[in-house]
Design a protein around this ligand. Structure first.
Ligand code: VTB
Length: 345
């Protein structure tokens, strides 16, 4: 992936985060999402690239912007031939979640982010709008923990890999009824549980870094966001596995189709013949070059949220690249007006 593209992608997530942050704490999650989508799309369409949304705001008929299949970037515009050379352009697939954790943003809670992942064409799994059972863990446990094992077994393995006792582990789980048994099991195994109301992408990424005091993410969240988490964790060499969940009785919340049978039929139509397949991070984000970018909207464990000052804002963004093998924290001061002073605080 071109370096300049990497730089522009940072601005895409920054702009989405700033837009959402204006609505932080206002109690309107749809509006917080809408403005982020608009800002993300506007900035993306100024990039010299041929991009295609593979994970976005939904099917074309349901989403006016950043819908699945939407072409983005200067070189996707109808008059692109006038200023883009198709021979020198790599086609890019993009997975976006302009406001991950919309509730967190709307209620001023920590952990919401504007995130995206990009890869060359075909490099990101176009996950259906279902749920996904997820297991994220630090690099030391990669390939050792296994989503098909019980939480108890995985905690034993994790403790060994991280050279600590089970009660020194913290597992993030989303507070949902569907996780009641899982939470009980983790506690009985001796580990500690950090319950979150929303935002499992941030939680997954925390597993990729030492020092966050988060050692695993377990439980069921949305599938599309699972791919974005997988992209980040793949670049970090951390563990991520995902398994699609298509049975409404397991999920218990959210919109997930009429019935298990209808959902399996839909998956088959999409070419997913083994609906129970367990995907690794490398399968969900299989591209040769994968890049993750996320800007904090509200503060998180490893990144600050957007802070406004007179005439501007300051953002923090994490960019992880498989190509350059870097995890880069980008701290940006946005000067919307000519400032009298630029403060560093
Ligand atoms: C959300 C959201 C998560 O999964 O809860 C969602 O906060 C799905 O779960 O970050 P519910 O339908 O039960 O709310 C995520 O979007 C991402 O996986």
């Amino acid at each position: 992936m071109e370096n300049t593209l990497g730089l522009e992608i940072i601005e895409v997530v920054e702009q989405a985060a700033i837009a959402s942050a204006h609505l932080m704490g206002k109690g309107d999650k749809n509006e917080a999402d809408r403005v982020a989508v608009e800002a993300m799309r506007e900035r993306m369409n100024k990039i010299y690239m041929r991009g295609r949304i593979v994970i976005g705001e939904g099917e074309r008929d349901d989403a006016p912007m950043l819908y699945i299949g939407e072409e983005v970037g200067i070189c996707s515009q109808p008059n692109a031939k006038d200023f883009c050379n198709p021979d020198e352009l790599v086609e890019i697939d993009i997975a976006v979640d302009p406001c991950e954790g919309t509730n967190l943003c709307a209620y001023g809670q920590p952990g919401s982010m504007a995130v995206l992942a990009i890869s060359e064409k075909g490099g990101l799994f176009a996950a259906p709008d279902f749920y996904m059972k997820k297991l994220a863990a630090p690099p030391a446990a990669k390939g050792k923990v296994d989503i098909s094992k019980s939480a108890t077994e995985n905690l034993k393995i994790l403790a060994e890999c991280l050279d600590r006792s089970i009660d020194e582990l913290v597992v993030v789980v989303m507070k949902r009824d569907r996780h009641n048994d899982l939470i009980k099991e983790i506690r009985e195994a001796g580990a500690r549980v950090q319950l979150i109301s929303d935002g499992d992408v941030g939680a997954a990424i925390n597993c990729g870094f030492a020092g966050t005091n988060i050692h695993a993410l377990m439980g069921i969240g949305a599938a599309p966001e699972g791919v974005i988490s997988a992209a980040a964790l793949r670049c970090l060499g951390a563990h991520f596995q995902g398994q699609l969940i298509y049975d409404p009785a397991i999920v218990q919340t959210g919109l997930i189709g009429e019935s298990k049978e209808a959902n399996i039929a839909r998956l088959n139509e999409m070419g997913i013949t083994d609906p129970d397949k367990i995907y690794t991070a490398e399968e969900l984000a299989s591209g040769e070059n994968v890049l993750f970018a996320g800007t904090g909207i509200t503060p998180g464990n490893i990144m600050n949220g957007v802070r406004f000052f007179k005439g501007g804002a300051r953002t923090q963004t994490l960019v992880i690249s498989s190509q350059s093998k870097t995890a880069r924290f980008v701290d940006t001061i946005h000067m919307h007006e000519q400032p009298k002073v630029v403060q560093l605080r």
